[in-house]
Ligand binder design. Structure first.
Ligand SMILES: C[S@@+](CC[C@H](N)C(=O)[O-])C[C@H]1O[C@@H](n2cnc3c(N)ncnc32)[C@H](O)[C@@H]1O
Length: 288
């Protein structure tokens, strides 16, 4: 669990920044919704449902895994603020219907008086620290930075995620609500490059998101060999027949990172030729 006082300080610093300076760090902007076609790849690929490792990010990877009946989920993220947004979204799903979920997430931060009232409605489904966090942040924004939430969250008032099973229709949303409390979720806040030293489990499915698109920020001249090492390291944490999905969005040319030669289980799947979205899929038994 993140340290509440530090998370508040980190958030206030972000709110008061002129420009977003640090893309991904302990306290940085969080995604309101996924930017990946999670719905498509989870529906399309075969995987066992017992145990998952996933980036936390907007929480959508977790929510979609639960939609697919995966209930034992270890999450990781470098950004501790993802923890608060995850629980806020979770509480809205538990308490309010789909149209309200869409309205609230789209309009978050526009009327802070309303957002403070919302917190009271959600209170009994929010961990105490999450409630305290948002009470402080909403009140601070109301007093000093009316547009402050835009500095904390990417995607406010821009779009509603279309890439999630639970947002497809009311039935799917209600199904997720019914399953949410069955899920056991752990949180590790860590750089993905240090995460392998902290993992003690094996997984049926690992979702690495598109973090590799940004590893050039951590590893100078990030290249194919680095990428191979990265994928190989994480595939060691797959169970037999386990599945690893690494996502690319358009700022990396996946052809430069072709690791299909590593084994038969590795495939490079192009989702959309316009946006060049791609994901790699790695199946354990075939990785050398
Ligand atoms: C790369 S971002 C992009 C959004 C993502 N495609 C989604 O659908 O949510 C996903 C998450 O990765 C996290 N992240 C980025 N670099 C990381 C790193 N080096 N280690 C751990 N997490 C990282 C970010 O904090 C963010 O929450």
């Amino acid at each position: 669990m993140p340290n509440l006082e530090d998370a508040i300080k980190g958030s206030i610093n972000l709110i008061n920044e002129e420009k977003t300076t640090n893309l991904f760090s302990k306290y940085s902007k969080t995604y309101l919704f996924t930017t990946e076609c999670i719905k498509e790849y989870l529906n399309r690929e075969r995987f066992n449902k017992t145990k998952a490792l996933t980036v936390l990010s907007s929480g959508d990877h977790v929510f979609n895994l639960i939609c697919k009946d995966v209930y034992d989920i270890d999450t990781f993220d470098i950004n501790e603020l993802t923890y608060y947004l995850f629980y806020l979204k979770r509480a809205i799903i538990l308490k309010l219907p789909l149209p309200a979920f869409k309205y609230i997430t789209y309009n978050l931060g526009k009327d802070l008086e309303k957002d403070l009232k919302l917190l009271e409605i959600l209170k009994d489904e929010l961990p105490k620290d999450v409630y305290e966090y948002y009470r402080y942040i909403f009140t601070y924004c109301q007093k000093y930075q009316p547009d402050g939430l835009k500095k904390l969250i990417w995607g406010l008032a821009i779009y509603i995620g279309n890439d999630s099973i639970y947002l497809e229709n009311i039935k799917e949303y209600i199904k997720l609500r019914q399953k949410l409390k069955k899920a056991h979720i752990t949180f590790t806040f860590s750089d993905v490059l240090e995460l392998p030293n902290k993992l003690t489990n094996l997984y049926d499915i690992i979702l690495l998101s598109n973090i590799s698109d940004y590893l050039y920020l951590k590893i100078p001249n990030f290249n194919l060999e680095h990428f191979k090492d990265y994928i190989k390291t994480f595939s060691q944490f797959l169970k037999e027949d386990g599945l690893l999905i690494n996502y690319f969005i358009d700022n990396t040319n996946p052809n430069d990172f072709d690791i299909t030669s590593l084994g038969k289980g590795i495939r490079n799947i192009k989702i959309d030729s316009y946006s060049e979205e791609t994901y790699y899929l790695v199946r354990k038994p075939n990785v050398k």
